[in-house]
Design a protein around this ligand. Sequence first.
Ligand code: CP
Length: 306
Amino acid sequence: MSLSSRHLLGLQGVPKEDIQLILDTASTFREILERPIKRVPTLQGKTIVNLFYENSTRTRISFELAEKRLSADSVNFSIGQSSVSKGETLKDTIKNIEAMKVDIVVVRHSAAGVPNFLSRICSSNIINAGDGIHEHPTQALLDMYSIREKFGKLAGLKVCIVGDVAHSRVALSNIFGLKTIGAQVSVCGPSTMIPKFIEELGVNVIHNIDEAIQENDVLNVLRIQLERKAREYFPSIREYANYFGITSERLEKNGKDILILHPGPINRGVELSSEVADGLNQVILQQVTNGVAVRMAVLYLLGTLN
Ligand code: CP
């Protein structure tokens, strides 16, 4: 079994069989992460560059660990220590990196479409680690893995994505992936943060968070992106927390044992209360662990395609 594409640019249009293959392969690697020696020789001899033009804690470390666990040679690029500050273009940067004979490029960039652009000018396999407000496919895959781990299935489950859907690459990748695999997807948030086209993607809109809790099996709660001017879309953070924040009182009032996901980093007291963020309903740190296994699966499946 192999993937139908040599790049992972997003989950839009990725066939169900590819998603299932990644999740099933991740299960094998997840088991390796529990061993005393968490290393397999699968990608020995392969060179992977992590090209991060935007800050990251989870995704960058997770990819780097996944590469090391697969015995690949891994190189990190951070914009601050690169020649980008001297005016080098993205195209020149990638061409110079590729001239050093790399096999896979993992890229994060604030501009939507950069991974797609690189896939057209590079001979390496390109993996999107988050491009602007477009897609974050490995985040959605690890979210799907974590939901499947809890419920044993994805098809037929009701998943609601809560928060700033309009500016979220995590939301879009989750919508594409979950819909393809047969889950029922809804979104909930202030109307200023719900894109007008969302229903065309087969997604229901819920404006009341209590209704969202009552009707769904899973809430995937997005971070309010304060660095992307999210404050302009609601009157105050306090008001957002009052209307859409997930608190234990809210969960208890609705009598629901709902599964709560969050991609991180969390704004405690805004989208999640600290009690919920550390409580029994959430699987936030399991998502992070599963992320290493999912990224190992993606790297393995693309790295052995060549
Ligand atoms: N979830 C996520 O993408 O986190 P980072 O920005 O820390 O990588």
